[in-house]
Design a protein around this ligand. Structure first.
Ligand SMILES: [Ca+2]
Length: 502
């Protein structure tokens, strides 16, 4: 059924895209490839006609910090090229704004709350959850990982002998040379950028101008904050540059155009009310996908997308059957549709959630359980245990990464200009939050108690609840307290960033 669906969809798409359906049809039938007319200088290694996968993910690279998404300061020529020649997806969200559950969802095609211990930071991923790199490898793909794959956590405790994102290679060149002739590949480039800590002044020293920065409304506009943003941009640019070097290798070898290149980040930027939060700056991601062999370029698609949908998408593109419990939808149909704007009317919402992030954020290693539903109009958030502190207990607020912006806000929390922002970023929150994203794009004014929005709130609450029940979220069907009981496999001290050689 699944393969027939795929062929039907691609058959429809063949009428739109010039490089029609026969490529994938042959791959599904197991046929050997014909030599493609590619602009090559180097021809080795040849692939069969199934698409290769280059998945580039920044660590804490948040929306909208790319040129293609309108940021006027950060320079991201690689992302911008992928978007220009591919599909820009500005309504893409991670499954959870925390490294481990976000990456677990990407790999398994499951919402993080279905991953047991894997729903928390610094956890493990039980081996019973199948991951797309393994499934592609079993189908004949050559698989590799560079730098940060699934994690942080202890994958061996879950029964894995290697990182669930694949076997580790030191460089992309080393991986590329290891591809056996005729094989498609699946590579995960997990940059360590732009995760904190930053080198103070690195952004300004690279030519970025503090006065050009647009400080979002939940942060104080102070020189310390502007410099912190520039230093974050410096690392976004390094991530973008590293991905560009891999794309250049593929291009020189004539392997680029039948490679699906993804560029995204695992959670929002590491600033107050960003990473670990369910507001746009916490969980909305830059996302662009380039695949000229099948997906017409130069398009922006405004459908909602979850990073948990990458696994079913690449499996469908490769003609590999998905596991029965991989419930996330594929967005291959959207990619190959050739259309822009809102393409699939069913993709009018996305759901994101969070369990335990930093193990030292609250006494007893407790998390902050919450779920949200985002539509084009609204953001609705349900906080299951509002008596807890969302950013972690004072005075440490350990669920917010340390850095100059957090330090500035903490030191100036009594200043009249900073106090309301400090409360927004670090204060307790009610059980329900509702933001009108059309009037309040910064998501600052909670309307959950406003009678004028009662209908919207009720509708979103019911829709969110229905989705959580359908996907068997322990927080609504029972067993949610287990997320607080799983071991925290990291240090409760501040996690250090393991920097790769520059
Ligand atoms: Ca991260």
């Amino acid at each position: 059924m699944h393969r027939r669906d795929l062929l039907r969809r691609l058959g429809v798409a063949a009428g739109v895209a010039a490089a029609g359906g026969p490529l994938v049809s042959r791959a599904l039938a197991g046929a050997r490839p014909r030599a493609a007319a590619a602009p090559t200088v180097l021809r080795a290694p040849r692939s069969d006609d199934r698409p290769s996968i280059l998945f580039c993910i920044g660590d804490d690279w948040g929306w909208p910090h790319t040129g293609a998404l309108g940021d006027k300061v950060v320079r991201t020529p690689t992302f911008d090229r992928v978007a220009r020649e591919g599909v820009l997806l500005p309504y893409t969200y991670c499954a959870s704004p925390s490294c481990t559950p976000s990456r677990g969802s990407i790999l398994t095609g499951q919402m993080f709350w279905r991953l047991e211990e894997g729903g928390n930071l610094w956890s493990t991923l039980p081996k019973k959850f199948q991951v797309y790199p393994d499934l592609l490898e079993a189908a004949g793909y050559h698989v590799g990982l560079m730098r940060k794959g699934w994690g942080p956590g202890d994958f061996k405790a879950g029964g894995w002998t290697r990182n669930p994102a694949g076997p580790t290679f030191k460089t992309f060149d080393e991986f590329f040379k290891s591809i056996p002739d005729g094989k498609p590949f699946c590579f995960w480039f997990g940059s360590l950028d732009p995760h904190r800590a930053y080198e103070p002044g690195s952004g300004a020293a690279s030519g970025l101008r503090a006065e050009a920065v647009s400080v979002p409304p939940m942060l104080p506009d102070a020189p310390e904050v502007r410099q912190d943003i520039l230093d974050y941009y410096f690392e976004c640019e390094r991530c973008d540059r590293d991905a560009g070097e891999m794309i250049a290798v593929l291009e020189r070898a004539g392997r680029l155009d039948n490679t699906i290149v993804f560029m995204t980040g695992d959670n929002g930027w590491p600033f107050p009310r960003g990473k670990t939060n369910l507001y746009d700056h916490g969980c909305r991601q830059p996302m662009a996908v380039r695949w000229p062999a099948r997906a017409k370029g130069g398009r922006a698609v405004e459908d909602f997308l979850s990073l948990s949908e990458i696994a079913p998408t690449v499996l469908e593109a490769a003609g590999v059957e998905r596991p029965a419990d991989m419930h996330a939808r594929s967005f291959l149909d959207v990619l190959v549709s050739g259309k822009s704007g809102r393409v699939d009317p069913r993709r009018d919402r996305v759901v994101v959630g969070r369990e335990r992030h930093h193990g030292g954020a609250r006494p007893g290693c407790l998390g902050y359980p919450q779920r949200m539903m985002r539509t084009h109009e609204y953001l609705y958030i349900r906080n299951f245990l509002p008596e807890r502190w969302p950013a972690g207990d004072p005075p440490g607020y350990e669920d917010c990464d340390g850095g100059p912006t957090k330090k500035f806000m903490t030191e100036h929390r009594q200043d009249p200009a900073v106090a309301p922002l400090f409360e927004l970023c670090f204060g307790k929150r009610p059980a329900e939050e509702l933001y009108d994203c059309r009037k309040d794009p910064g998501q600052l004014k909670n309307l959950a108690a406003d009678p004028a929005y009662a209908d919207a709130r009720k509708r979103l609450a019911a829709d969110l609840d229905a989705f959580l029940r359908e996907t068997k979220d322990p927080r609504v069907v029972g067993g949610g307290e287990k997320f607080d009981e799983y071991p925290y496999r990291g240090s409760v001290g501040a996690p250090a960033k393991a920097k790769a050689p520059k």
